[in-house]
Design a protein around this ligand. Sequence first.
Ligand SMILES: CC(=O)Nc1ccn([C@H]2C[C@H](O)[C@@H](CO)O2)c(=O)n1
Length: 105
Amino acid sequence: MKPDITFYRRFAADILSDKKIITIRDKTESHFHPGEQLRVGYEDDSSIFCTIEVISVVPVAPGDLTNDHARQENMSLAELQDVISQIYPGEQQLYVISFRRIDEG
Ligand SMILES: CC(=O)Nc1ccn([C@H]2C[C@H](O)[C@@H](CO)O2)c(=O)n1
C-alpha cells in the first residue's frame, strides 16, 4: 500500500520515538486535515513505517520559524532552517503539520 506522506529515512527514528511531532511542508502537502490518519513511509522506497494522526495544519513563512518549531522537530533552529532551505529553496509559504504517532507499521 502506498504511503500518504513520506519522510527521509534519517528522521524515522525521531518519529518512532515521538521526539519529532511536526513536519513542515509546501503547498503540495498542505491538504491534510485534523483527525486524518496517514500511512507514513520512507522517501526512498515508500515502505510504511508508522501511522500518524494529523492534529493541525498551520501556514508559516520560513522567516517566522522559531525555537518552538525546532524543538518539535527535535533539532536546533539553525538545523531546521538549514533543512528547510535545502528541501524548499526560495519557498515563501510553508505549512506546519502537527501530528501524533498512532502506531508502528
Ligand atoms: C517530499 C518531501 O518534501 N519530503 C520531506 C520533506 C520534509 N521532511 C522533513 C524534514 C524536516 O524534519 C521536516 C521539515 O520539512 O520534515 C521529510 O522528511 N521529507
